[in-house]
Write a protein that binds this ligand. Structure first.
Ligand SMILES: O=C(CO)COP(=O)(O)O
Length: 148
């Protein structure tokens, strides 16, 4: 099955993300890429051959759209180059997206070295598939079944 992945970069890391993607273009050619708005525009301009779907810009809800896709089981991996030196007006959205990736066992790389580790793993697709139907409702059954 074709993997759907999220690709996001904060402004000071957009160039780095595009350069990194260039190195792995062959792998991403077989994937659907969902990106926050501005990241998506940068990628579309540079890679006309890739299947890039820009959502809203991060601060306008793009991070939350990606989070919603994760909660619906629609994203199998995230590449999110965050900027650790610049306060973000939508920091709550950034944290919410990372939290949902954690919760749903979606592999998430927040820097280039981790992204390299993920994408160079020969079992990358197999592992993404393995966790595709991961259910936090079952893992946290005590919460799901709590008396209210
Ligand atoms: O802010 C972002 C992620 O938190 C990225 O959004 P843009 O890709 O629209 O710049």
């Amino acid at each position: 099955m074709v993997l759907s992945v999220g690709v996001v970069a904060h402004d000071r890391r957009k160039r780095e993300m595009a350069d990194w993607l260039e190195k792995h273009k062959d792998v991403f050619a077989n994937m659907r890429i969902f990106a926050t708005g501005t990241t998506g525009r940068v990628l579309q301009e540079r890679f006309t051959e890739l299947d890039v779907h820009p959502l809203k810009s991060g601060p306008f809800g793009g991070d939350q759209q990606l989070g919603s896709m994760i909660a619906h089981g629609e994203l199998q991996a995230m590449f999110f180059f965050t900027d650790p030196m610049t306060p973000q007006p939508h920091d709550v959205d950034v944290r919410a997206l990372i939290r949902l990736a954690n919760m749903y066992e979606v592999p998430i790389a927040c820097n280039q070295s981790t992204a390299d580790l993920l994408i160079s793993n020969p079992r990358f697709e197999e592992i993404c598939e393995q966790y595709r139907n991961h259910s936090p409702e079952q893992v946290f059954a005590d919460y799901s079944n709590r008396k209210v």
